[in-house]
Ligand binder design. Sequence first.
Ligand code: KIV
Length: 266
Amino acid sequence: MTKKITVNTIKKYKESGEKFSVLTAYDYSTAKYIDEAGIDAVLIGDSLAMTALGYETTHCVGMEEMLIFTKAVARGVSHAMVVTDMPFLSYHTDIASAVNNCGLMIKNGANAVKIEGYSDYILDVIKRLTQSGIPVMGHLGFTPQFLNTLGGYKIQGKTPEAVEEILNQAKALEKAGVFSIVLEMVPESGAKHITENLTVPTISCGAGRYCDAQVLVCDDVFGKFSDFKPKFARKYCDMKSLILECAKKYNDDVKSGRFPSDDEVF
Ligand code: KIV
């Protein structure tokens, strides 16, 4: 029986320099297999808005949907840390509702929450959450919930000044109490500099090889989501083709009378 991954395990990984893996999952059985494969943390990313629900952006999911997916994933996981993405506007209006919404995720099986961005208000939210016993993963660089204010899917930290700005934000997040920080779409050299100057681990989402950990969207890894493929993602299998092939065979079998067979009837 493998031990449950906690914030202490993540802290030890950073101290020892051992890399760790994060992968998203949205449903019970996928979460179960990802956990069995030994992935360290399973993220119920709000990317599910696009991959599981077919919306155009992550803005379209709310607490209700994120709770359903969180419960399903948490039921499938016994070893990995379960981290839930807090959806758009679920932590922005005031600290009390941020704590209540994040607390609801913990009550329903998450071990930690992820929140995007940096501001004085976000720092207060992080402080209050950690004081309430809710571990927080930060998220800097490209932050999809800020898509409209960032002006599109744009690489962040392209100049030395911009890298320093992200580093300062990361240090402030670290001071406020986050246990790790996702860096999304940041050039590798900048992400390396940021990683080397933090005591909490960085998790690369398109931020290169020198972060302490890597995160990808499971539908990209399994080749299931085909609307677009981020440059930084790696497809390890072609589930789309597999599903198409199986669905076509089943369709043929039903229509030709080959399904069900003698073994498949009562
Ligand atoms: O929503 C998501 O899946 C994410 C990661 C890929 C970092 O935020």
